[in-house]
Design a protein around this ligand. Sequence first.
Ligand code: ADP
Ligand code: MG
Length: 292
Amino acid sequence: ATPMSIMTATGRGAQAGVLIKNAEALERFEKVDTLIVDKTGTLTEGKPRLVSVLPEPGHEEAEVLRLAATLERGSEHPLAEAIVTGAEDRGVALGAASDFQAVTGKGVKGTVDGKSVALGNLALVTELGIEAGAFTEKANARRDEGETVMFVVLEGQVAGLVSVADPVKETTPAALKDLHALGFRIVMATGDNERTAKAVAARLGIDEIRADVLPADKARIIADLQAGGSKVAMAGDGVNDAPALAQADVGIAMGTGADVAIESAGITLVKGNLDGIVRARRLAHATMRNIR
Ligand code: ADP
Ligand code: MG
């Protein structure tokens, strides 16, 4: 590419669905050496599907799914949608929920048909004082397939596990290959379990991951890298990603994601595909070469 002005670069970016907020974002992006990518909704489609329902002895598949889906009707999380849709597809009738409570980065709690029910990850189960060691092997078998496993807790006991799978976006593998070739250090950050994260990362050739990350931790991970001298861009889509996008030298939001993420970002990828980052980097190089 030939050297170009900032206006030309932002104009070309916009035509290709890469919205660059201002000259500063473009300048900063040229210096970025480390790219943190959220997993769900950024590397993956963010549209998980229910894969398996694994009841514990004494419980039925339909019962476990009914409890999970009834509770998740109160949540807007993509995992919730997967479970509710999965229940509908399997013809499971939902019950009545009350006292619904979302536990950020962990899951949901509430009352279903008069009984206390919780649904979420190991951190949630541990928070409820439940010993979950006995389920590790069963859960790991699903995680090694890249699936996210959730525990369904009924009256203080695990009634079963449910797992969902979130397909990798079609454009992700090629974009990651280009980003590696451009010299970025790529780190996948996710609130998901380490085992699941590793399985997904391995398929994508990403060698660095930060898993079991709570939303607030993403910003801290970036601050630590910055303190070590790295220039960091963060690509994310969720409401939870907004603080990290703001902390990064350059925040990159998926246009398909939450409005607050877009507001916190210096670059927005309208189509929500990572190949937009490749384009942004090339535009940044071409522009800065001209200015220097
Ligand atoms: P990510 O960083 O992958 O976008 P989140 O921080 O939103 O993930 O969630 C982290 C983990 O917390 C999920 O992988 C899941 O195990 C659990 N979790 C969060 N919300 C829910 C929910 N509504 N139902 C079940 N589990 C949930
Ligand atoms: Mg996400």
